[in-house]
Ligand binder design. Structure first.
Ligand code: C2E
Ligand code: MG
Ligand code: MG
Ligand code: MG
Length: 281
């Protein structure tokens, strides 16, 4: 960053903004190519019932490795996809790919393979695409019932046009899918929407879960979310469970499901299938 005495901060900011814009443009071009060439993939992280240990679902998480073997984090490429509009083809691909994977697992199991798949939907994707028909088409293309999908939305989806998002959520429910509120507690703070929207699961953000055993404030927040969910008839998933002690504490507090490195990191499809088969025996 250049700093001239005459222009001071302004020039520094402009140079920085320019660098960021150029870097994002480079990433955008590469991401567009990767989507077109089928270089994106999904990984799958197990979600377990905390009281029985049973494997109930996998969350699908997008991954991108470029030609040079560099792996990009979705925390970096999802925002680029959102700003460029690429979230629409990327999001459609993720829904299709999740359905294809689940149908393949079912076929290999000779019937219902026993798990649901969760797919993340970004707020921008919900604004720009017609999600319910896209989900419906993917389910029917692979002969899957709607109940096999959970769709994860974040509170930020509700900020711009809550009525439209409510309509989308009801349309998704009519397909038989489950709806989870992702990263709960980190976004929009008007809780009135919880009463009005067809939400099945609250996912408690990792920032509250990890370290909660040593932090009275975090544990208070987690307890409050759990009792709120119970009162509203919703299930709960705790993200970011890294230790047995955390899993046990959350189970004792009544949290329904758990997800985190304790069980597994996001797995390649084949490793996820192996876990599924292992669990059925
Ligand atoms: P998310 O939906 O909240 O997903 C959970 C993130 O937490 C994942 O990061 C997962 O790998 C990570 N995680 C799970 N358990 C643990 C743990 O025990 N410890 C730690 N430190 N981390 C854990 P990931 O895969 O990097 O994804 C980051 C975010 O990117 C996701 O957060 C989601 O918002 C977004 N994302 C990923 N894939 C997609 C996608 O296909 N579509 C959309 N729209 N967003 C996606
Ligand atoms: Mg998620
Ligand atoms: Mg989450
Ligand atoms: Mg999160």
């Amino acid at each position: 960053v250049k700093r001239s005495k005459a222009t001071g901060k302004t020039e520094a900011y402009q140079t920085q903004a320019f660098d960021i814009a150029r870097e994002q443009f480079g990433m955008e071009t590469a991401l567009r190519r990767a989507i077109e060439r089928g270089q994106m993939r999904l990984t799958y992280q197990p979600i377990r019932d905390l009281s029985t240990g049973q494997l109930v679902a996998f969350e699908s998480l997008a991954r991108w490795r470029d030609e040079n073997g560099v792996e990009y984090s979705p925390n970096d490429f999802i925002p680029v996809a959102e700003e460029s509009g690429l979230i629409v083809p990327l999001g459609r691909w993720a829904i299709q790919e999740a359905a294809a994977t689940l149908a393949q697992w079912d076929a290999r199991c000779g019937g219902h393979c026993g798990v649901r798949l969760a797919v993340n939907l970004s707020a921008i994707q919900l604004q720009r695409d017609t999600i319910a028909p896209v989900v419906e088409a993917a389910l029917s293309a692979y002969g899957l019932e709607g109940s096999r999908f959970t769709l994860e939305l974040t509170e930020s989806a509700l900020v711009t046009d809550p009525d439209r998002i409510a309509g989308i959520m009801h349309a998704l429910k009519r397909l038989g899918t489950t709806i989870a509120m992702d990263d709960f507690g980190t976004g929009y703070s008007n809780l009135a929407y919880l009463q009005k929207l067809p939400i099945d699961i609250l996912k408690i953000d990792r920032s509250f879960v990890s370290g909660m055993l040593a932090d009275r404030d975090k544990i208070a927040i987690v307890r409050a979310v759990l009792s709120l969910a119970q009162a509203l008839g919703m299930k709960t998933t705790a993200e970011g469970i890294e230790t047995n002690e955390l899993a046990q504490t959350l189970a004792a507090l009544g949290c329904t499901y758990g997800q985190g490195y304790l069980y597994a990191r996001p797995l390649e499809a084949e490793a996820a299938y192996a876990m599924l088969v292992e669990d059925r025996h």
